[in-house]
Design a protein around this ligand. Structure first.
Ligand code: EPZ
Length: 448
């Protein structure tokens, strides 16, 4: 039975059965060897929308977010905020989040457990309610994902923090009505820690400085929203962010930035099929290192309207190393590896994953498709092959699933991709978008 990918309406209507557990029998059948042509548009950024939604906990007024992608992770975050008392309404790609009444400061474990980003709620909840109990997010497929920097930073802002039975409890010391500003130095430029601590500090008494802050565009987008809500923040996008606390924040109407990781994935779809394609709604500065690597691989890129026109005829081998922004994003390491597995001519590519300790599981699946890849610790050594061959493969995490779809586009035959419970968390109707420019991808399930 052919199924349509989750859309805004279906997520709104049927979120309960499609939140973060797209049924395991659901799979994609990707017919390979077709050129793509035409125009695609990038949706709003998952990793920005998720954290911007948690900012609704900081104000009694309503927050309107536009350009919010129809993803299962967004629905999950909406359910977590609703459990805390936020009234969440959605109309198409616009979300209204009314945080007038927060009824509790402890998001339910069963909801938090499905979504790591929900841990970011600890910052705004503590700032607003003076206390927060949030389950530890724990590790995931790609690594241990500690929250040491988040906790250390909250303590620097004067909170008492304990971790018992898998729950982090942060509260203001006796008698204090607000957090107090402080100087936080992050041992690593963690995106989540920077965002969580920025949200905690905006309502603190006095000034907070976050040193070695993350520079990612999603951090800058969050600062943009908080400033639109009345916060006083300087230096977002630089290693040192300064926040002068205010007594309260008001509502805002704000548009989420385009998803740079989805943009990179769609550009790679053109490259791996040796096609010419227009990808709209791209902010090139958000993709600097990726565009450089695409050009190094032999693609041509031209600005066109609010996006880029990419053309590829042959692909060269190259080396890449994942790094915090503005370095090459770890979230595009797997999709880019699919491209390098099809590199033409002689030459070896080296891909080094430096951010997450367990983010090379897609290598075994690409090898199943005939890719020539040798692994050495966190380094993959790749020789391009003339043609990948279709096989049944499984995406082991969100970006690995996207890498499998890309490999399927280039492979000989029809590739069956499983692991859509991951794909649907971060890509809004990927197969619809690709089919609209000439791909042939069907979503299949065994259900009668
Ligand atoms: C965000 O995760 C993104 N998720 C991830 O995207 C992305 O891969 C990551 O940033 C890096 O760019 C969201 O925004 C929801 P980090 P986050 O804290 O904030 C270590 C995707 O595919 N670290 O910057 O959890 C950590 O172990 C997802 O969309 C500590 O050591 O990432 C990792 O090695 C996957 N101690 C590195 O820092 C800490 O206290 C980067 O993690 C915190 C982090």
């Amino acid at each position: 039975m052919s199924l349509s990918a989750p859309t805004a309406a279906s997520l709104q209507g049927a979120s309960s059965d499609l939140t973060s557990n797209t049924r395991p029998d659901v799979r994609l059948e990707v017919s390979g060897g077709r050129r793509l042509s035409g125009e695609l548009r990038v949706s709003g950024a998952k990793n920005s929308a998720l954290v911007l939604m948690t900012a609704s906990l900081l104000s009694r007024d309503t927050l309107r977010l536009r350009n919010v992608p129809p993803l299962t992770d967004i629905t999950a975050m909406g359910e977590i905020l609703a459990a805390l008392g936020v009234r969440v309404t959605r109309s198409g790609e616009t979300l209204d989040l009314d945080g007038e009444t927060i009824i509790q400061a402890a998001p339910p474990y069963e909801l938090v457990n499905t979504l790591r980003a929900s841990f970011f709620c600890i910052g705004p909840l503590l700032a607003r309610m003076g206390t927060a109990q949030v389950p530890l997010p724990g590790g995931c497929q790609i690594g241990s994902r500690p929250v040491v920097e988040h906790v250390k930073g909250l303590k620097t802002l004067g909170a008492t923090v304990t971790i018992e039975h898998g729950v982090v409890t942060a509260s203001l010391p006796g008698g204090a009505r607000r957090l107090s500003g402080g100087h936080i130095h992050l041992d690593c430029p963690s995106v989540g820690a920077t965002e969580t601590l920025m949200m905690a500090a905006v309502l603190a008494e006095g000034e907070t400085v976050i040193d070695n802050a993350a520079l990612e565009p999603e951090v800058v987008d969050l600062a943009g929203l908080l400033i639109a809500m009345g916060a006083r923040i300087q230096g977002a996008g630089t290693p040192t962010i300064t926040i002068s606390g205010v007594a309260r924040l008001h509502g805002a109407d704000y548009a989420v930035i385009p998803d740079r990781i989805e943009a990179g994935t769609l550009l790679l779809a053109a490259a791996i099929t040796r096609s010419t394609l227009k990808v709209g709604s791209i902010i090139p500065e958000h993709l600097g290192a990726v565009l450089t690597k695409l050009e190094e691989a032999g693609c041509t890129l031209q600005p066109e309207g609010d996006g880029l026109l990419i053309s590829a005829s042959s692909i060269r081998a190259l080396d890449l190393r994942t790094m915090p922004f503005p370095g090459f994003p770890t979230d595009l390491q797997a999709p880019f590896m699919s491209l390098l597995a099809t590199a033409d001519g002689i030459g070896t590519s080296l891909v080094v994953e430096t951010i997450f300790e367990n983010r090379l599981q897609h290598v075994a699946e690409l090898q199943r498709m005939g890719a020539s890849i040798r692994l050495q610790g966190n380094t993959a050594c790749i020789e391009g092959v003339p043609r990948l061959s279709a096989a049944p493969v499984r995406g082991t995490d969100l970006r690995a699933s996207a890498a499998m779809v890309l490999a399927g586009l280039a492979a000989e035959g029809t590739t069956t991709v499983r692991g859509l419970e991951f794909l649907d968390r971060g890509y809004a109707g990927l197969e619809h978008k690709l089919n609209a420019v000439g791909a042939c991808i069907r979503r299949i399930s065994d259900a009668a």
